[in-house]
Structures are given as structure tokens and as C-alpha cells.
Design a protein around this ligand. Structure first.
Ligand code: CA
Ligand code: CA
Length: 81
């Protein structure tokens, strides 16, 4: 019985791969991920989270509470998960 769903794709090995994920999520290319972009990212990962769960998750990642996820916040979150 398999209990995993590809953790590898959620944990890229290198900083460069992480940056690529960030750029893909940052659709308007302003260098930050806003909530709508975050929703798109999580849908891409098929996280299966509800809108309210996504909002909670977004605020957990946004450690300086400016309502935007910058690359450092993104990298910290991705690695800690
Ligand atoms: Ca953006
Ligand atoms: Ca932030």
C-alpha cells in the first residue's frame, strides 16, 4: 500500500529550482506572491485545500504580515514543510 504522493516534486533540491517555482507562481512578475497567486500555486500542487485553509496557510507563510510572500518567506516555507 502506498501512502505517499510524490514528496519529491514539493521539495526541489536546489535554490535555482526553488526560484523557478517562485517565478512560475509570481504571475504578474512583481517579485512577490499575492494571495491569488498563492491560490494558483497550491492548485498547481493539488494540495486540495479549501479557500479558508489557503488563507490561513498564506498568513503562516507571510511572516512579516505585509500580505505578500517574498522569495525568502517562500523559501523558508518550502524547506520547512
Ligand atoms: Ca506577484
Ligand atoms: Ca511578507
Amino acid at each position: 500500500m502506498e501512502a505517499s504522493n510524490s514528496s519529491e516534486s514539493r521539495h526541489p533540491a536546489s535554490e535555482r529550482e526553488l526560484k523557478e517555482e517562485f517565478v512560475l507562481a509570481d504571475r504578474d512578475r512583481d517579485g512577490r506572491i499575492d494571495f491569488e497567486e498563492f491560490v494558483g500555486l497550491m492548485e498547481g500542487l493539488e494540495a486540495g485545500m479549501s479557500r479558508s485553509e489557503l488563507r490561513i496557510g498564506f498568513h503562516e507563510i507571510d511572516t512579516d504580515a505585509d500580505h505578500l510572500i517574498d522569495f525568502r518567506e517562500f523559501a523558508d516555507w518550502w524547506r520547512s514543510d
